[in-house]
Unconditional design. Structure first.
Length: 116
């Protein structure tokens, strides 16, 4: 599919990504983190119809692509649950904040383990 893209399509996508990077840079920086669910809910059951599973996948990709598009570090922590299954909470940090993000995640996990 990628080989079939035109130069114009690639250029438009590059411009759109630059806008996304700029927007995300305004949301996270310094000590600020973006906190989002990793996916929209608990893992879908095997018995779900294909169409419903595909809708879940599309919705999940909207959350999963944020850090990648912005070139930002992300860590997912299974601190929550939904429908009896673990649900990840994602922390997204500024570009180059990988170690600081891991320290923040460790602090959050330690706090959650203490019951609050």
């Amino acid at each position: 599919m990628a080989a079939a893209l035109t130069d114009e399509e690639v250029s438009r996508a590059g411009a759109q990504r630059a806008r996304i990077v700029s927007l995300l840079s305004g949301l996270v920086g310094g000590e600020q983190l973006l906190v989002i669910p990793t996916v929209p809910g608990a893992a879908p059951p095997r018995a779900w119809p294909v169409a419903r599973t595909e809708e879940y996948r599309r919705t999940a990709m909207r959350l999963l692509c944020i850090a990648g598009l912005g070139g930002l570090p992300q860590v997912s922590l299974p601190l929550l649950s939904a429908d009896g299954a673990p649900l990840g909470l994602s922390l997204v940090g500024p570009r180059g904040s990988d170690r600081a993000l891991l320290r923040a995640a460790a602090r959050l996990c330690a706090t959650a383990g203490e019951g609050g």
